[in-house]
Design a protein around this ligand. Structure first.
Ligand code: 5GP
Length: 190
């Protein structure tokens, strides 16, 4: 049995990575979603083990020190990381796995899995991104400003990715990502 594909979906906060991932999960049978660990407090409606594994700083530190994370990064005052075993077991089982992570973490994954597929989701414009972050209504003004300034730096790193997909409409963005995954499965690998 061939191994699954490791797909990394990055892009600035507010670009719609979560919405796109949810939509993809409903469409692509062979695709598994990697649930990250974080020290961030849950937003209203978020569930432990579904959206994230919500951890204390000590719990997160334990995971870091015991190499339970494939990658981790500090982002706007909180830690986020990808549980390693789940990713490796999923790939071994022949399923594809998608990691929805920020740019520093994505670049670390690229060092370990250069054969991964790295997709950057772009907003139609910076103004639109600002509206989306503000519209979420879950962040303070200071956090919004911080996320926006990080977003500009992140967009500057798009050149490290294999593909850039503009998230103008969810359906269209999903179609483009599905097409990328289908094409990658057809690729003749050396
Ligand atoms: P949020 O707080 O909005 O859920 O996530 C903040 C940022 O952290 C987003 O860009 C999200 O994709 C990213 N993120 C979520 N999980 C992980 C992870 O496991 N590792 C890294 N490096 N970033 C993550």
């Amino acid at each position: 049995m061939s191994k699954g594909l490791l797909i990394v979906l990055s892009g600035p906060s507010g670009v719609g990575k979560g919405t796109v991932c949810n939509a993809l999960r409903g469409k692509m049978d062979n695709l598994v979603y990697s649930v990250s660990a974080t020290t961030r407090v849950p937003r209203i409606g978020e569930e432990n083990g579904v959206n994230y594994f919500f951890k204390s700083h000590d719990e997160f530190k334990y995971m870091m020190e015991n190499e339970q994370l494939l990658e981790y990064a500090e982002y706007v005052g909180n830690y986020y990381g990808t549980p390693r075993d789940f990713v490796e077991d999923t790939l071994q089982s022949g399923k594809d796995i998608i990691l929805e992570i920020e740019v520093q973490g994505a670049l670390k994954v690229k060092e370990k899995f250069p054969e991964g597929i790295f997709i950057f989701l772009l907003p139609p414009s910076l103004d639109e991104l600002k509206d989306r972050i503000c519209g979420r209504g879950t962040e303070t003004q200071a956090t919004i400003d911080h996320r926006l300034s990080v977003a500009v730096d992140e967009i500057g790193l798009v050149g490290h990715y294999d593909y850039a997909v503009v998230n103008d409409q969810i359906d269209q963005a999903c179609k483009r990502i599905e097409s990328i995954v289908i094409a990658e499965h057809c690729k003749v690998r050396g």
